[in-house]
Design a protein. Structure first.
Length: 221
């Protein structure tokens, strides 16, 4: 086999390895059940220790795989998009969402995107979200009523406090770690920050892992 063909084949295997990783994450996190057979982690937030660790990429990939593999209704939501929900009536929440190429996957983009949504949040909405725990709980309850799974894209812990408001009222938090970039101290502090808010820390996701070609294999291609 020529070197070019061998590299393409290896690329396919690497891509399959990445997909396999996300499928394993879905099984271990989103399909975990309690003693009564009920799903334990339906609403999960993803954050990171530092900016640029790839949270949005991980959330988008997880949401697509989750919708495809489970055939259940999935919502991928930007944390700031939750501010758009003025009145958390379960029957009205879907009006705020945008469609995707998958029928069972919707998105709730950030507050900067207004197409098909109700518009930017006013000061009262901001006040409700950040100061009223009952309002936040009602929003999450409405999302649970409409979707089987909700995957939330949160800013990194070093730039925003979104996770401190969300962690106590969702099922769990996953911290994204960029391979070769995020330091051990940052990783430990991220876990402590989640647990300090009363959140259920579910674990870390290693993003941008390098699948290098061993020299012995390269010589055979």
């Amino acid at each position: 086999m020529g070197r070019g063909g061998g590299l393409r084949e290896l690329g396919i295997r690497v891509e399959k390895a990445k997909v396999g990783f996300y499928l394993e994450l879905i099984r271990n996190v989103f399909q975990a059940v309690d003693g009564e057979g009920k799903l334990q982690h339906r609403v999960v937030a993803f954050t990171s220790a530092a900016r640029g660790d790839g949270v949005s990429y991980v959330v988008n990939t997880i949401a697509k795989e989750l919708a495809t593999q489970t055939q259940r209704r999935v919502l991928a939501v930007d944390a700031s998009g939750l501010l758009k929900i003025r009145v958390p009536e379960p029957a009205q929440v879907v009006r705020h969402c945008s469609e995707t190429q998958l029928d069972n996957l919707l998105t709730l983009p950030s507050e900067g995107t207004t197409s098909g949504l109700v518009g930017l949040p006013g000061s009262n909405q901001l006040a409700n979200w950040y100061s009223d725990p009952e309002h936040r709980a009602s929003v999450l309850k409405a999302l649970r009523w409409n979707f089987d799974y909700v995957v939330i894209d949160c800013p990194s812990l070093d730039v925003a406090s979104d996770i401190s408001f969300l962690a106590p009222i969702i099922d769990g938090v996953v911290v994204v770690v960029q391979a070769g970039r995020t330091r051990r101290g940052q990783i430990q502090r991220a876990r402590e920050a989640v647990e300090r808010t009363g959140g259920n820390f579910l674990g870390f996701v290693l993003n941008q892992r390098q699948y290098s070609i061993p020299n012995w294999l390269y010589q055979r291609l």
